[in-house]
Design a protein around this ligand. Structure first.
Ligand SMILES: Nc1ncnc2c1ncn2[C@@H]1O[C@H](COP(=O)(O)OP(=O)(O)OP(=O)(O)O)[C@@H](O)[C@H]1O
Ligand SMILES: [Mg+2]
Length: 470
């Protein structure tokens, strides 16, 4: 058979196959493999031009070895339930991550793979900035004393196993530094598993981290936890300041004993895992107020990397701006734009409460809405132009489809939450979505910042939510 062969792999393979029906070029054929142990032997099937696999196969030993024997130059599209924690499956070979709810992009990727001429999938590395939800290249930009100190400490810990605690305000680059430590360190060939402790409901976090032992009496299926999946690699515990005291105790034990215990398990399993934790909370205050265990803090804090906020290293702003202009002009197929002097002045003066993420979004937006070869003050949002910009706004800017959809979605969520006294589990049921999706959307739209009239704010009340639902 002369067709282009595509391998679909993982528990969801059937479903993915049917989602592609009629949408792939005619000369394409598929093989569908639901378990890694069913992977075909060497000569039984033609070599695929593309593999679509569920992300949990990334650290499945059978799949891993099969992939390195047969597929080292074949692009893999990993399907993840959510990209908030998809960090684990990316590697330096040509792979990209597609969140489940963006499965509709898959036929497009298949078509690209068939037309090998396309730069996105043909042999060259994937430009991950081109698709939504895909991790951006790891490059830590900056020349300030502050960022140099960060890089120097990060380099020192590349090849040791000690835990690292990364502190810094939101958007300062904690995750970027964590992934750099993994990708440049001795464990780079092992998995990098990211867990966002604030995005996973309390009631699920323990099994998410440690897995579940099969229990025939209660029909509970075995599940491998993230610690176990990170064996030989790194686990990144993001927003660890949001972890409950109970889970903290389990993490502490894991760090001390170097072994894990599945929920409902009877014997510990050894795990060789390097822990990198991050938070934007003031942990000493959390400790004083009884929300964080000091013994865990000392365990994690063996090496401490504090990333200064952008307003304390403004000298990095011009080079970051250049970096993001290059990235977003390229991603949008635009000529490389330049920055007018007055724009840079405004950017240098802004306080950047959202740090680099805010700067990055600002530049991306300016690149996209601005016309002509220069970014002008009018391309900046009013809040950033402040007094300096003289209030020139872009009246005729038409919000993109995506933006309008997002605004609508956000409105629906706030409305449902208001009706359910901000009990997320209830609002999720009302909207017919899983509690987990609700958590992700809550996070995505920063609904913790929405004033809700009841005087309650943020995560404390969320915690209660997840307990409610059990
Ligand atoms: N020094 C840097 N050079 C280039 N890009 C950076 C730098 N620092 C941060 N970024 C970019 O800024 C964005 C935010 O960074 P990151 O997600 O690592 O921050 P964070 O500290 O984990 O934020 P949060 O606390 O909100 O999760 C990312 O897109 C990242 O690539
Ligand atoms: Mg982060």
């Amino acid at each position: 058979m002369m067709g282009h062969h595509i391998l679909l792999c993982g528990a969801e393979a059937e479903r993915i196959h049917s989602s592609l029906r009629g949408k792939a070029p005619e000369e394409t054929d598929f093989s569908v493999v639901t378990h890694s142990y069913d992977l075909p032997g060497t000569d039984l099937v033609p070599k695929p031009i593309l593999v679509v696999a569920s992300a949990d196969l990334a650290d499945d030993p059978i799949f891993r070895s099969w992939r390195s024997r047969r597929l080292s130059d074949v692009p893999v599209v990993w399907i993840t339930p959510d990209y908030l924690d998809s960090g684990g499956v990316l590697d330096s070979r040509s792979a990209l991550v597609l969140p489940e709810d963006e499965l509709s992009a898959l036929p497009y990727l298949v078509n690209l793979a068939v037309r090998r001429d396309n730069p996105m999938i043909a042999r060259r590395p994937v430009d991950r900035t081109r698709l939504p939800g895909i991790q951006k290249p790891n490059e830590i930009i900056g020349e300030s004393e502050g960022i140099r100190r960060v890089l120097a400490s990060a380099r020192k810990v590349l090849n040791v196993r000690s835990s690292v605690l990364i502190l810094g305000e939101s958007g300062t680059g904690k995750e970027l530094v964590a992934s750099m430590i993994h990708l440049e360190g001795k464990r780079r060939d092992g998995p990098f598993i990211k867990v966002n402790c604030a995005a996973i409901p309390e009631s699920l976090l323990e099994s998410e981290l440690f897995g579940i032992e099969k229990n025939t009496a209660t029909l509970v299926d075995k599940r491998i936890g993230k610690f176990e999946r990170a064996d030989g690699g790194t686990i990144f515990l993001d927003e660890i300041g949001d972890m409950s005291l109970l889970t903290q105790a389990k993490v502490l034990r894991t760090l001390q004993e170097r072994e894990i215990e599945r929920v409902g398990g009877t014997h510990p399993i050894p795990a060789d895992v390097r822990v990198i934790a991050a938070t934007n909370k003031d942990l000493s205050r959390e400790i004083r107020e009884g929300r964080f265990r000091s013994d865990l803090y000392y365990r994690l804090n063996v090496i401490n990397i504090s990333i200064p906020p952008l307003r304390e290293r403004r000298e990095d702003i011009p080079i970051l701006v250049e970096h993001f202009i290059t990235r977003y002009c390229r991603a949008n197929g635009l000529e490389r734009k330049k920055v007018a002097e007055d724009v840079l002045d405004i950017l240098m003066r802004h306080e950047w409460p959202g740090n680099i993420r805010e700067l990055e979004n600002t530049v991306e937006r300016a690149v996209v809405i601005g016309e002509g070869p220069y970014l002008t003050p009018g391309d900046l949002p009013g809040t950033i132009q402040g007094s300096a910009g003289g209030g020139r706004t872009t009246v005729d800017e038409v919000p993109s489809f995506q933006k309008r959809v997002s605004e609508f979605e956000r409105g629906v969520l706030i409305d449902a939450l208001n009706r359910c006294s901000w009990v997320q589990a209830r609002a999720a049921r009302k909207l017919g979505m899983s509690e987990r999706s609700m958590w992700h959307l809550f996070k995505k739209y920063r609904l913790d910042l929405v004033s809700r009239g009841t005087g309650k704010r943020g995560r404390r009340s969320n915690r209660k939510t997840s307990a409610d639902s059990h």
